[in-house]
Design a protein around this ligand. Structure first.
Ligand SMILES: Nc1ncnc2c1ncn2[C@@H]1O[C@H](COP(=O)(O)OP(=O)(O)O)[C@@H](O)[C@H]1O
Ligand SMILES: [Mg+2]
Length: 377
């Protein structure tokens, strides 16, 4: 959905293919096709052949493998790097890679002691991530990962701001973009992005950007990856890298820095031009999700957005800069991605609070839940 959103902002015409005919992105696209690219390869190939570039926005390994094979014999660029993805999509493999590069990582169990984070190696979107403060919780967390049929990663629980940076690379050199702060819900899913990271110190920002650049160059990355870290003791310890288009931060940096990651990626794929590093922020942006169900509004990770039907981009709704939403007056259950900006972080914060209050007042919201991870400050 965010890829189409940004493509629209760049006046790039979009054709979205999805095997699910009700996928939210189809509604935003210029042309929507319900096609399974794995089972209907010939049809998909014909559509791709008419495009200037193709970008996969999913993490389905079979689909990504089929696309990678298909594009080997096509003239159209596929904005996806299977080599980098196959390392980044496994936390076991990427931790080994990152150790080799020498970037700061969380300490591993058992050296680190409690509390720890238990997570599956291969999942994403915070699926199966739990915190354990004792052996019973550790065993329960490990059982949960086993149920997902995945390898177990146990590492030091770090308590500090979560930050993220995207890196774009052409196989030789790499450009880190904007450092943003990530706010999590009670399931460790990202409910809000602040762009740029307000409490940013030059030292930490430089450390995560340099680490991102070094890793992208070492991976020989062609395309994009994001780097996620928690700042602990003034050092960004890297939690993970993901060599695929991230969903939330690109729209946030678009609004704060006037840079469009989809234009950058298509430009690089078509003209071979690595983007220039971003200039100073134009403003501060907040990008967040809310779910309204009856009289209850909840700030939540993007998981709650998956069930949204027919979202639209609406400017100014409830006083926001912009919302991507299926809201209609009188509707009781709806979802929204809300974008608010301000000249300063303080202005942007005041604006977002006003927007949330406007929803509460106009929609008869009786309760607003804004959950955070248990045990975090
Ligand atoms: N070592 C850690 N200390 C504290 N929180 C963590 C740690 N590892 C993961 N988390 C939390 O869990 C979330 C998801 O973990 P992550 O490693 O990013 O996996 P994924 O996003 O692929 O599911 C992170 O954004 C972070 O909030
Ligand atoms: Mg993550």
């Amino acid at each position: 959905m965010e890829v189409v959103y940004l493509a629209k902002k760049a006046r790039i015409e979009t054709v979205v293919l999805d095997k699910c005919g009700s996928a939210p992105a189809l509604n935003l696209a210029d042309e929507a096709r319900a096609i399974d690219v794995v089972h209907d390869r010939a049809k998909a190939r014909k559509i791709f052949a008419d495009c200037d570039a193709v970008i996969p926005a999913n993490e389905n390994l079979e689909t990504l493998t089929v696309l990678t094979e298909m594009f080997k014999t096509m003239d159209v660029p596929l904005i996806f790097d299977m080599n980098a993805y196959s390392i980044s999509s496994s936390k076991t493999r990427s931790n080994e890679f990152m150790r080799g590069v020498g970037v700061p990582l969380p300490r591993m169990w058992p050296e680190c002691g409690f509390p720890v984070v238990v997570k599956p190696s291969g999942e994403s979107g915070s699926v199966g991530v739990t915190r354990a403060t004792n052996s019973d919780e550790l065993v329960a967390g490990m059982d949960r990962v086993r149920q997902l049929n995945d390898e177990i990663v146990v590492q030091e629980f770090l308590d500090g701001p979560s930050i993220s940076v995207e890196v774009i690379a052409d196989g030789e050199d790499a450009v880190p973009l904007v450092t943003t702060e990530i706010f999590l819900d009670d399931g460790y899913d990202c409910k809000m992005v602040e762009s740029p990271w307000e409490d940013e110190t030059e030292e930490v920002e430089k450390a995560i950007s340099d680490a991102g650049r070094r890793m992208a160059i070492d991976l020989g990355l062609r395309g994009i990856m994001d780097v996620e870290a928690i700042v602990s003791g003034g050092v960004p310890r890297i939690l993970e890298i993901d060599a695929r288009i991230p969903s939330q931060t690109p729209a946030a940096v678009f609004h704060s820095h006037d840079i469009n990651i989809i234009s950058m990626l298509t430009d690089m794929a078509i003209n071979g031009k690595l983007p220039s590093p971003p200039k100073e922020r134009a403003r501060t942006a907040y990008y967040e999700h809310v779910a309204v169900d009856g009289g209850i509004m909840r700030s939540s990770g993007e998981g709650s957005f998956a069930g949204v039907r027919s979202p639209r981009i609406v400017r100014g709704l409830f006083g926001s800069d912009e919302m991507i939403t299926d809201y209609e007056p009188g509707k009781k259950n709806w979802r929204a991605t809300i974008i608010n900006t301000g000249a300063t972080a303080c202005d942007a914060r005041i604006k977002r609070e006003k927007v949330l209050q406007a929803i509460i007042d106009s929609e008869g919201i009786e309760r607003y839940d804004d959950p955070s991870p248990e045990g975090c400050i």
